[in-house]
Write a protein that binds this ligand. Structure first.
Ligand code: AMP
Length: 194
């Protein structure tokens, strides 16, 4: 089963992806985590993207598309994967559709975590405290830039998938376990159809 979890920064995509990994044996593929690993490893790619990520802007479509295309071919994705933070532009969504088609794969569910923007700042501030400031982009100033990037570049994916009749929405403001239940209901419905 292959899933996309969509939503702005702080919506809870990573939290729900980890729960799904444990519950359903799927692999969480977070482009943000992959890029942060490149930065920690001081690879040429990491050096290239560090300033862009620290500023809250998006890295280029080509970089993340290639990253995901290679990643989903790995053996640990055979049972399925959860895309967390990808696609983030309509160009990425289109490339994903083409890439999956070429690989003979498909998406079983595209789920949007709908959240109240005012609550996001509080969530991100909490995450910054909990992770000891591990993420350079978890601060009020950069969050604003990341939300702007979400609205301008990522939100247009919503009508893209709605147009295909494939988008399901869940209330991302509910308690974590309730969000998990809403997602489970969608996936169990999708499994029956598939
Ligand atoms: P995240 O951990 O998903 O919040 O991503 C952190 C940062 O990584 C973003 O602000 C972007 O700079 C970069 N990034 C992650 N995924 C993507 C993507 N699909 N497209 C472009 N940039 C991305």
């Amino acid at each position: 089963m292959n899933i996309i979890l969509m939503g702005p920064p702080g919506a809870g995509k990573g939290t729900q992806a980890k729960i799904l990994e444990d519950a359903r044996g799927l692999k969480q593929l977070s482009t943000g985590d992959m890029l942060r690993a490149e930065i920690s490893g001081e690879t040429p790619l990491g050096l290239k993207v560090k300033a862009i990520m620290d500023s809250g802007s998006l890295v280029s479509d080509e970089i993340v598309i290639e990253m995901i295309s290679n990643r989903i071919d790995q053996p640990d994705c055979v049972e399925g994967f959860i895309l967390d933070g990808f696609p983030r532009t309509v160009a990425q969504a289109e490339a994903l559709d083409k890439m999956l088609h070429a690989k003979g794969k498909d998406l079983n569910a595209i789920i949007q975590l709908v959240v109240d923007e005012a609550a996001l700042l509080a969530r991100i501030e909490r995450r910054a405290v909990e992770t000891g400031g591990a993420r350079a982009d978890d601060n009020a100033e950069t969050l604003k830039k990341r939300l702007d990037a979400y609205k301008a570049q990522t939100a247009p994916i919503v009508p893209y998938y709605e147009g295909q009749g494939r988008l399901k929405k869940v209330d991302g403001m509910a308690a974590v376990n309730i969000v998990t239940e809403q997602i489970a209901d969608i996936l169990d419905g999708a499994a029956k159809i598939a």
